[in-house]
Design a protein. Structure first.
Length: 174
């Protein structure tokens, strides 16, 4: 019979799997308390929960949440970064920490129900963030409109200038 604490822990992790749009399975072995604290703080700024748990409980929670393809990576010391917002920002935090300390090592990550190998983390972390992509789309939509407004404005300036010149000519002629 499972202990109530373990049942609660699995239910909480299942909820995290259900709510997360993406998650990163990492090996935290070799990180000291100060580094883990810094990592958690940086991840928290991105609205990411960094959870250290037993692999058996993680497997149960993942299966209950319908997550597939991560079982082979749930061995040894494991922590998972659950991301609800921008997976690129999470990847950047983990990659920057990896560059700095060579830890934590990312085992695998899942974005939009697609499993990616750890080797793809660097390339994924170099993608533009969600905000950058949205601003690029806005700029792409705005540019032709600004050009159109400029053209219309130029046309009406010439028209107003011609009307003013005609009015001035009539005053002097008349």
């Amino acid at each position: 019979m499972p202990k109530p604490e373990k049942i609660t822990a699995v239910a909480e992790m299942k909820k995290l799997f259900d709510e997360a749009d993406s998650f990163f399975v990492t090996d935290y072995q070799g990180l000291n308390v100060a580094t883990v604290t810094t990592l958690r703080r940086n991840l928290r700024k991105q609205n990411v929960k960094f959870v250290v748990a037993k692999n058996t409980l993680l497997k149960l929670a993942a299966h209950q949440a319908g997550v597939e393809g991560i079982d082979p990576f749930l061995n040894g010391p494991t922590a998972i970064a659950f991301c609800e917002d921008d997976p690129v920002a999470t990847a950047k935090v983990l990659h920057d920490m990896f560059k700095e300390k060579e830890l934590p090592r990312t085992k695998v990550f899942v974005v939009a129900d697609k499993v990616y190998a750890a080797e793809n983390l660097k390339a994924f972390s170099e993608l533009p963030s969600r905000e950058q992509l949205l601003s690029q789309v806005a700029a792409a939509v705005e540019a032709p409109l600004v050009e159109l407004v400029g053209s219309i404005d130029g046309f009406f300036r010439k028209l107003v200038g011609s009307v003013d010149a005609l009015a001035d000519k009539r005053k002097t002629d008349g």
